[in-house]
Design a protein around this ligand. Structure first.
Ligand code: PMP
Length: 402
């Protein structure tokens, strides 16, 4: 492990100020789109800060007021130590926003999956996971007593075959997919998956971690955008991305859903969200409801970056979304590219196998509604010139076919 990391750093260091991509330390965060790193101002293109709300004046004001009013922490779990009024208010508000009967808060998005999957699926049941699922989904499945089956990424036919194979087995089947996948920014084919769910009588959970506040006319996610909300039994989401805080949730219309609070260890045995976070997230949700134009700004910025990088000739993910990844097939090259970008003031994420689909090396960017067109042009310009310098792109004048 140690040696692999040293090799990676070596490969990435074209000069002495090379950074460790897995130990980035910002000195100052200047705003949702800018920070200081190694004494240099950098543009942030790797934050998941989709709506740029981390510095929203209203969210900060509410968070500060909550610290003053309710203190810095809850010092325990809601089951053992009690629920604050603000937890219950956020659950009600989120349920209203999503049009769901119940919402259960978790302390992180990771814990939402780790908590809800074992609570939903027991020993006789089956979890059908998209192969590219996030680690929290895999970990939640591991903690459950259910049998776990992976189906090919975004492949409803493969899912259907697997469900048909299980058709005679007793027990419930729960399909688990994501709205936007975090590595390549591609989306689940939700309408087709819903058709499979209906035909086979399975349940469906959609993790909208990267699509809440991003997709749909009201920002409710991919299910809203595809008109499939009525067929989604469980919505998982996180507050750490578009809502600029931390925390997670699961929402459902299931009649006894509330009972799961006593069946979910990740709900029961960890401290609840602190007052400042709840207040900031509640305000962020209100901002999202009041300013739908934020989603439109985000969509425009995503298209701007995607189209600029595609026109330059980079290999990208299949769809325009706020997660835009440059696919490279060489780990050392990806590390070198990542470091050169930092040297010219652009921060993106380096994502390497085995954590990536098809063992690709990715320069993963995420766009924010807070980016200006000039900042996006700057990122496209930097990526293009470094792409040419490192031989990832061909000089247009040297292309035979254009
Ligand atoms: N689900 C998915 C699909 C994710 O991508 C992530 C985080 N990247 C999580 C859950 C976990 O969310 P959090 O970081 O808020 O714990």
């Amino acid at each position: 492990m140690k040696r692999a990391r040293a090799q990676l750093l070596d490969a990435g260091s074209t000069d002495s100020d090379a950074q460790d991509p897995f130990d980035v330390r910002f000195e100052t965060i200047l705003g949702p789109a800018e920070a200081v790193l190694a004494g240099r101002k950098v543009l942030l293109f790797g934050t998941n800060n989709y709506l740029g709300l981390t510095f929203d004046a209203g969210c900060i004001e509410q968070a500060v007021a909550a610290v003053r009013g309710d203190g810095t922490g809850t010092t325990g779990s809601r089951i053992a130590n009690g629920t604050y009024g603000s937890h219950a208010r956020l659950e009600r508000k989120l349920a209203q926003f999503l049009g769901r009967r119940d919402v259960m808060l978790f302390t992180t998005g990771y814990q939402a999956n780790v908590g809800i999957l074992p609570a939903l699926a027991g020993a006789d049941d089956y979890l059908l996971l998209d192969a590219d699922s996030h680690a929290s989904i895999y970990d939640g499945a591991k903690l459950s007593d259910a049998s776990v089956t992976r189906f090919r990424h975004n492949d409803p036919d493969d899912l259907y075959r697997r469900l048909r194979f299980l058709a005679d087995r007793p027990g419930d089947k729960l399909i688990v997919v994501e709205g936007i996948y975090s590595m390549l920014g591609d989306m689940a084919p939700l309408r087709e998956l819903v058709a499979v769910k209906r035909e086979t009588g399975a349940f469906l959970l959609v993790d909208e971690a990267h699509s809440l506040g991003v997709l749909g006319a009201h920002g409710r996610g991919l299910a809203e955008a595809t008109g499939t909300e009525g067929d989604v039994d469980f919505v998982v989401g996180t507050f750490s991305k578009s809502l600029g805080g931390i925390g997670g949730f699961c929402a459902s219309d299931l009649p006894d859903f509330d009972m799961l609070r006593l069946a979910s260890r990740a709900y029961m045995f960890t401290a609840s969200l602190p007052p400042a976070v709840i207040a900031g997230v509640t305000q962020a949700l209100e901002t999202l409801e009041r300013r739908p134009e934020l989603c439109a700004d985000l969509a425009r910025n995503a298209a701007h970056l995607y189209e600029g990088l595609a026109a330059a000739g980079f290999a990208l993910g299949p769809t325009i979304s706020p997660i835009i990844s440059i696919r490279l097939n060489d780990t050392g090259l990806a590390a070198a590219f990542w470091n050169r970008l930092l040297q010219v003031g652009i921060y993106v994420n380096l994502a390497l196998p085995p954590a990536t689909p098809e063992r690709q090396s990715l320069l993963r960017t995420s766009v924010s509604a807070a980016h200006t067109p000039a900042q996006i042009d700057q990122a496209i310009g930097a990526m293009t010139s470094i792409g040419l310098e490192l031989g990832v792109l061909q000089d247009p004048s040297e292309r035979y076919f254009s």
